[in-house]
Design a binder for this molecule. Structure first.
Ligand code: FES
Length: 181
């Protein structure tokens, strides 16, 4: 007598589940494979990476002078500080500062060179340097709402909540080049 294989009620279900799972897995692999070039194209382009860091020639900058450069679309102030300006920055009473930070903490490695992002930490205006003032009044003023920064880029008064940010930077070639980024 021929034995008939009993068809268990859930066997068909299992096979269908298996086929569904296989199809889904292949579909997922297909989507991932198709998505990869797209995701990969979202990585920064080589020309964008090229400006991820800039090198600024500061060899012509005299003590007391400053320049502004663009780095990643942001203005960066570079100032070659005089001995008097450094002295002023180092003498500031920390308790008087809204965002207490010593000048040593900010520019201790090479106090002659100040490098800050020139964007007011209040609402993002670009402050202007205060010229023809005494060393104790030097620094930057944000005309938008009156925030004042000292010659270390620290907030002294006004609504800005913190000091001007310092980008990653290093001095190269006997301090004639500043690499930012
Ligand atoms: S944006 Fe500078 S004080 Fe408001």
């Amino acid at each position: 007598m021929k034995k008939t294989r009993k068809h268990l009620p859930d066997e068909g279900t299992n096979r269908r589940d298996f086929l569904k799972l296989t199809a889904t897995s292949f579909g997922a692999v297909g989507v991932c494979a198709a998505a990869w070039p797209f995701i990969s194209s979202m990585n920064p382009a080589a020309d964008v990476m090229a400006v991820a860091s800039i090198e600024v020639d500061v060899s012509k900058l005299e003590p007391g002078q400053s320049i502004t450069n663009l780095w990643r679309g942001k203005p960066v102030f570079i100032k070659r500080r005089t001995a008097e300006e450094i002295k002023e920055a180092q003498a500031v009473e920390l308790l008087s500062l809204p965002d207490p930070q010593t000048d040593q903490e900010r520019f201790g490695k090479n106090p002659e060179w100040l490098v800050v992002i020139g964007i007011c930490t209040h609402l993002g205006c670009v402050p202007t340097e205060r010229k023809n003032v005494t060393a104790s009044e030097e620094g930057w003023l944000c005309a938008c709402h009156g925030s004042r920064y000292d010659v270390s880029g620290r907030i002294i008064s006004g609504p800005a909540p913190r000091n001007l940010d310092i980008p990653p930077y290093e001095l190269l070639n006997n301090n004639t080049i500043i690499k930012i980024g």
